[in-house]
Structures are given as structure tokens and as C-alpha cells.
Design a binder for this molecule. Structure first.
Ligand SMILES: Nc1nc2c(ncn2[C@@H]2O[C@H](COP(=O)(O)OP(=O)(O)OP(=O)(O)O)[C@@H](O)[C@H]2O)c(=O)[nH]1
Ligand SMILES: [Mg+2]
Length: 445
């Protein structure tokens, strides 16, 4: 198993990056400028520890079923691999096992696709036991269908993690293990997958118990594209001391801290793993326990790095992942971060037109945090109700509650009771009811 994971590592290897972009002539829509795919892939490859030596962008009309890019282009790529002494070629696209096999034969070095690269980054970053198990499961599930390739690969590619162009691949024809060995390996992998699922299910249960223990508290989870500034925001609001790095996927687990919005309004704030475009489905599935915080949140703060020219596409990617984990309908507040380094004001204005309720902040300088706190407080309270509450004068808790969480407008005392006119957020109504006042009348909602 260890051998299998080693194969996918790209640490310190010389990498050539390839993005094959399907021409969408019929639609005539340009959703991003040329080169964007490689900017993100470069950041991902560097995050994994690879040294990017060359980049190759190819517009294609159709996907070649055997080699993804055209055969001629694959030959050109082989030439560049020799010229730059590359050890690995990383595609921005997701390739089929057969396509990878074919490409490796032509290019003569290891070929990885985008999902394998992301899985490798997660493997490098995983620190907690839970994260390690989650990544191992995702890697095994993703590579399981590729097992035939992996094993032939191990035999033919010289030393995973340190292969050089010279003599790297002996070709698929020199496949090492026979079919029987392959079958044994498959069985080992599926056994390990079952074990991992079992272990993770236990962690999952513990996590759910932990979250249930926080019932009654208002839970907020910061979500967003990786490197958007989620951990920086958690630190700025709660002094959490979470690691912040200008690197993709700095955070792989979830931290939860108490955050005081205003008098009487204490909430729980969590920071979690970041998302990225086309996050491998297996990874999202196995990170379910980590994402449990987002799934159970009363409010999601969707943080957007508005200094990134791809901000809008990143919002879409995050929405897709949220829908995948079942948070598509959750109450969300958009937070536009990094306004201190926005270069194109026009882009920010366009985003503000699309999302007029978004709050602009800089988690780094502290700009806008006060306004964010107010906006969150409004969500915490819910829409404001005008109430008339009657309570026994001996039950002082009702009055204190209304003073702390709402706004008392009038108090009238008669016959041992007090009649209070007050404003209160809809979400606080349950708390008020628990204190058992004599009557609650909603005068206006
Ligand atoms: N200029 C500027 N930089 C920021 C701001 N917020 C965060 N950053 C920087 O952006 C980088 C990423 O910040 P993180 O807080 O680690 O981002 P994250 O969303 O937690 O990222 P992952 O955990 O990797 O998904 C760091 O270098 C931060 O210093 C901001 O408001 N302005
Ligand atoms: Mg983080």
C-alpha cells in the first residue's frame, strides 16, 4: 500500500504542466482567460513540492479517446520532457487509466492527472489521524480502478518520487506482475478500503456526538476556496492561532472557537478545509467527518478572495462542493476578503452587483470586521419581531432575557404580572419560550 502511495508523489520532481482546453465554439462563451488553468495548476504542483520546469497549453476540438490530446501533440510533449529533463507530466484534466497508460508510453515518464495531484497534496498535508485515514481512503478509491496501471507503473518507472527521464519507463509491454498478482493486490486494496471506512465511521460517530453536544448554540462555519483567507479570518475574530500560509490547502482539519458578536450573543465559529475546482469526488466523500461542521452549521460564511481574477468561478466551484455535501440550501453570507489588495475595482463592483448583501473585509488588516460582526448578528437574531410578553413579576428571567437579547420598549406592571412590549429576533423566540412567560403575542412580524 505504501508503494502505491509513493508512486503518486511528485515532491521535488521536475514537472511539465499541461492543460488541454476544449474549444467551446458552439457556445461562444469565454468563462476564463487563457492561461488560468495553468496558473492554478502551477500553484497546486508547487504546493505538492514539485518544481515546474515547463508549461504546455493545448486547445483541442475533441478529446482523443486514446491519448486525450492529439497523438502529434503527445509526441511534442515527449520532446519537451527530454529537453527539460522532466520527471513527471501533470495534466490539468482528469484522464482515464487507459489514456494515462498510452501517454506514459509515448512520453516515457510518469503522467498524473489533476485529481491525483490534489490527492498527493492532501497526503503531504494530512497531520491528524483522521485526515490521514481520509486521504488514504480517497487515494485508494481513486486509484483502485487504475490498479493495473499502477502496478505496471511501479515496475517500469524507475524509483517513484525520484524518477528521471533517462531510463524511466520500460514501457507497458514489460508489465511486471502477472494477472494473478494483480488479483491479490486488488483484494488487498479492497480489504484496506473496508478497514478504513470502518475506522472513519467510528470517528464520524464521535464527531456527530461532539456536534450534538453543542446543540442550542448558534454554529457558524467559514467555507470557501482554498487560500481565500478562512484561517486568517478565524484568527482575526477569535485569536485562534491557526496556521496561515500562502499555499493551497494549508488547513485540512476543522477548528472551532467561541466568538462573541455582541452582549449576550456568543456563537461557535469553525474554519475548515478549503475547496478547489473539480475536487475529486472521492476526497469530498471521505472528508465528510471534517465537513460535518459545515453540514451542521446554522450559517455559512462563504469567504471569497476578491483580489483573484477568477473569484466568480471560484464562487461557483465552492457552491458545487456545498451542494455535493448537502449544504446547497444552507443560510449563507458572502464575505469578500482581501479588499486591501484588489487591483481592478471594476471587478469588485461587478461582484458587488451580483451579491449585494456581501460584506467587504480584509481579514489581514481588520477592515470591515465590525460590519461583518453586525451582519452576522442580524443573521443570528433572524428577522425582528414585535412582541407583547406577559410574565409573572417573580419570574425576573424573562425581563433579563428580553433586555439582553432584544430591545424593551415598554413595561407595565399590574397584579403581580408585568406586560412587556419588546423587539426580538425570531431565532431567540425559542430561548424566550423556555423561560415560560405567561403569554407571548407576536404583534408584528
Ligand atoms: N492581503 C491580504 N492577504 C490575506 C488576507 N486574508 C488572508 N490573506 C493571506 O492569504 C493567504 C491564505 O490565507 P489563509 O488564511 O491560510 O487561507 P485559507 O482560506 O485558510 O487557506 P487554506 O487553509 O489553504 O484553504 C495567507 O498568505 C494570508 O496571509 C487579506 O485580507 N488581505
Ligand atoms: Mg486555512
Amino acid at each position: 500500500m505504501e508503494k502505491l502511495r509513493q508512486t503518486l508523489k511528485v515532491r521535488k520532481e521536475r514537472a511539465i504542466l499541461v492543460a488541454a482546453i476544449l474549444r467551446k465554439e458552439s457556445i461562444g462563451l469565454h468563462t476564463h482567460s487563457d492561461g488560468d488553468d495553468l496558473i492554478e495548476l502551477t500553484a497546486l504542483a508547487e504546493s505538492a513540492g514539485a518544481v515546474v520546469v515547463d508549461r504546455f497549453q493545448q486547445k483541442i476540438r475533441t478529446i482523443n479517446p486514446t491519448t486525450y490530446i492529439g497523438k502529434g501533440k503527445a509526441d511534442q510533449l515527449a520532446g519537451r520532457v527530454r529537453r527539460f529533463k522532466a520527471d513527471v507530466v501533470i495534466f490539468d484534466n482528469d484522464l482515464s487509466p487507459a489514456q494515462i497508460r498510452e501517454l506514459e508510453e509515448i512520453i516515457a515518464v510518469k503522467v498524473l492527472d489533476r485529481s491525483e495531484l490534489i490527492l498527493d497534496i492532501f497526503a503531504t498535508r494530512a497531520k491528524t489521524k483522521q485526515a490521514k485515514l481520509q486521504v488514504e481512503l480517497a487515494q485508494l478509491e481513486y486509484t483502485y480502478p487504475r490498479l493495473a496501471r499502477m502496478w505496471s507503473h511501479l515496475d517500469s518507472v524507475a524509483g517513484a518520487g525520484g524518477a528521471t527521464a533517462a531510463g524511466a519507463v520500460g514501457g507497458i509491454g514489460t508489465r511486471g506482475p502477472g494477472e494473478q498478482q494483480l488479483e491479490i493486490d486488488r483484494r488487498l486494496v479492497s480489504k484496506r478500503i473496508i478497514e478504513l471506512k470502518h475506522e472513519l465511521a467510528n470517528i464520524d460517530k464521535r464527531k456527530i456526538r461532539e456536534i450534538n453536544g453543542r446543540k442550542g448554540l448558534f454554529k457558524i462555519c467559514i467555507v470557501g476556496y482554498t487560500n481565500g483567507g478562512k484561517s486568517t479570518l478565524l484568527n482575526a475574530l477569535t485569536n485562534a492561532g491557526v496556521l496561515v500560509e500562502d499555499r493551497l490547502f494549508a488547513t485540512l482539519d476543522t477548528r472551532t472557537r467561541k466568538w462573541t458578536l455582541a452582549r449576550g450573543a456568543r456563537v461557535l465559529l469553525s474554519d475548515t478545509v478549503g475547496f478547489v475546482k473539480s475536487l475529486p469526488h472521492q476526497l469530498v466523500a471521505s472528508f465528510k467527518a471534517t465537513l460535518e461542521e459545515a453540514i451542521n452549521a446554522d450559517l455559512l460564511l462563504h469567504i471569497v478572495d476578491v483580489s483573484n481574477p477568477d473569484a466568480l468561478k471560484q464562487i461557483e466551484s465552492v457552491n458545487n462542493v456545498l451542494a455535493e455535501i448537502g449544504c446547497g440550501e444552507s443560510q449563507t453570507l458572502k464575505v469578500f476578503n482581501k479588499v486591501d489588495i484588489v487591483r481592478k475595482i471594476g471587478d469588485l463592483e461587478m461582484l458587488q452587483t451580483l451579491f449585494p448583501d456581501a460584506v467587504c473585509i480584509s481579514a489581514k488588516t481588520g477592515f470591515g470586521l465590525e460590519q461583518l460582526s453586525k451582519a452576522v448578528l442580524a443573521k443570528y437574531k433572524g428577522d425582528e419581531l414585535l412582541l407583547q410578553v406577559s410574565s409573572s413579576q417573580s419570574n425576573g428571567k424573562v425581563q433579563s432575557f428580553l433586555r439582553a437579547y432584544g430591545q424593551v420598549l415598554k413595561e407595565q406592571y399590574c397584579d403581580g404580572s408585568v406586560l412587556i412590549d419588546a423587539r426580538l429576533g425570531r431565532n431567540q423566540l425559542a430561548g424566550l419560550k423556555k423561560l415560560r412567560p405567561e403569554t407571548i403575542e407576536i404583534v408584528q412580524s
